[in-house]
Design a protein around this ligand. Sequence first.
Ligand code: SF4
Length: 430
Amino acid sequence: MFRQVNKLATLNRLPTCSQNLYFYRNYSTGCGKVSGIFNFEEKSVSPSSTLPDLNINNININNSNSLNNTINDNKKNILSLSKDDLIKECQELHMTPFNANQIWNWVYNKNKMSIDSFSNISLEKRNALKEKFYIDFGTISKDSLSVDGTRKFLLEFKGGDKVECVFIPEANRGTLCVSSQVGCTFSCSFCHTGTQKLVRNLTSDEIVAQVLATRMILGDTQPNKKRLLTHIVFMGQGEPLYNYRNVSKAIQKLTDGNGISLGKSKITLSTSGVVPLIDKLSKDHPGVGLAISLHASNDKTRDELVPCNKQWNIEELMNSCIQYSKTNRDRITIEYVMLKDVNDSIEDAYKLAQLIKPFPSFVNLIPFNQWPGTKYVCSSNNAIHRFSDVLQKQGIKVTIRQPRGRDILAACGTLKSDSVKKPKTVPPPL
Ligand code: SF4
């Protein structure tokens, strides 16, 4: 199969950035699109027959998962610091907590990548900061623009691992779909990302860097102007609750009023159903939206589509949604990908309605986005509308998601990067 996809044009360095953010610009159109031919290999991908490693003790909640953020021997990326850490580091440099707040504001509110631009901090203090720190938003190594305005960025971090994030502009809002892991352990059979083995968890700074880098490349860096990027969804590569500690820290940074300052209701976390952590999320971050990748109305079908269902089945998942809704007023989003002859029957629609009636929800029906090698086919328009009608007659609120960015493989469930886990190096025998 042949598809038209974007190819890289000329590498440019952002003129205002002193460090590490690069982007590609298309000189022919001004914003990034050069057509080329890409040959996708025809390959059938069968659903995972084995469960991923879903031992709850392996989930990164409290264990340290620090990335070596030093660009040279002893400097740290400011993004890797929590606000408390930054205050402590500033104190060591004989700077005040007020200075730490100024730095935080320069980086997260004004999106500055250069310590030299911190103009309300004395030259002497800036020089001291530069001795210890740098600012790194990662490297945008590919920028693809869809015909519908959706824009996909391939962001590369120190060490070479890459993830994709997608900016979806709409009339009154701009949503960034961020990744939480490089690859994914969950192997959901309808999901392109699921064909990429987990490489590693992203650190909290790498999650936040997706927002800062996107704002930089969109020119969305003026705190006094209406922001282009207004909403965040954790629906990119990876299962966010399987990288809980870093996702939680990232949410803290995204919502900090002196920085990026996003309201919690502007953030939605989507999970395939890591039941034990749904409750923790609601306690740690009340007000953050929850989306459940349900995709089936019975365990047999869901075991195939979302293999973690074998660990936490539909009944357990629905019970956790009921618990969640006792402490959160917002409706839970139920995501349901429409797959021809798999989960799109009228009977499925009735069963789905019964499952979700006990808690406030709305259903997002997602027309399946085809990716190379998948065995699934999108349900027909008729089938999708018939399914929607049944739900609505049962009193369920439904939307049918408009596919965005299909032509650049940026649509829901199609993200993937080419990063692979590096083999551990074994020291040579003496
Ligand atoms: S749907 Fe989410 S959890 Fe499942 S394979 Fe894709 S990225 Fe991973």
